[in-house]
Design a protein around this ligand. Sequence first.
Ligand SMILES: [Zn+2]
Length: 240
Amino acid sequence: MSIIFYLHKINFFIVIFFLLFPSHLFPIVLLVDPGHSPKSPGATSCAGAPEYLYNDNLASFIANNIKDKDIRIELSRKPGEERELRERAALSKDFDLFLSIHHDSVQPRFIQKINNAPVSRKASGYSLFISGKNPRYYDSLAFAKDLAVELRRRGLAPSSHHSEAISGENKVPVDETLGIYLYDDLVVLKNAAVPAVLLEAAVIVHPEDEALAISEPFKQIMADAVKSAVAKHRVRFKAQ
Ligand SMILES: [Zn+2]
């Protein structure tokens, strides 16, 4: 038997495999990126805790509580681990979607110190960011819209403070009713190779929003909304 015969045989089995298991039946793979790290902790909450702990906690909750054979989730870093922003974005090339998890704050002028911790009731709620420099901008927007719709459907409201015409904010709203804003130069979003969204889950300088953010029902809503949005994305893209 010649080598050509074997090559034909291998090709035949590859064709049969893809006919039996078309690509849309493969699981979608999501890279969840817990924002910041111990050395770059992000905002400080009204409880005096660093943002990265909230991000680690919610990202791990999402990864552990989405039970779906069609969705596989990995974290860009383990809780407490350090990882450069560009490195996180580079990891995305082996995934279908990138979701960075953060918790929000407000501009310093709206914050007062109570017991040495920053407190403000200026804003509450979630926000979503996408980058116009991401190579898959329109797919990022579609994913952000799906996620926002799922969050709203579960009773969460977006914050509008990022579009305020003040220094430090001034973000361009893509869809204000859904809480989606443009942030072109966010490193992880513009350098990700796949559709990428950054979720600010809640405003942790706001006492009631912070209490909500650490509650189990809130984290379950987040996990359920991510699951539904990723499932919609899977139907849209894996079927192409
Ligand atoms: Zn952050």
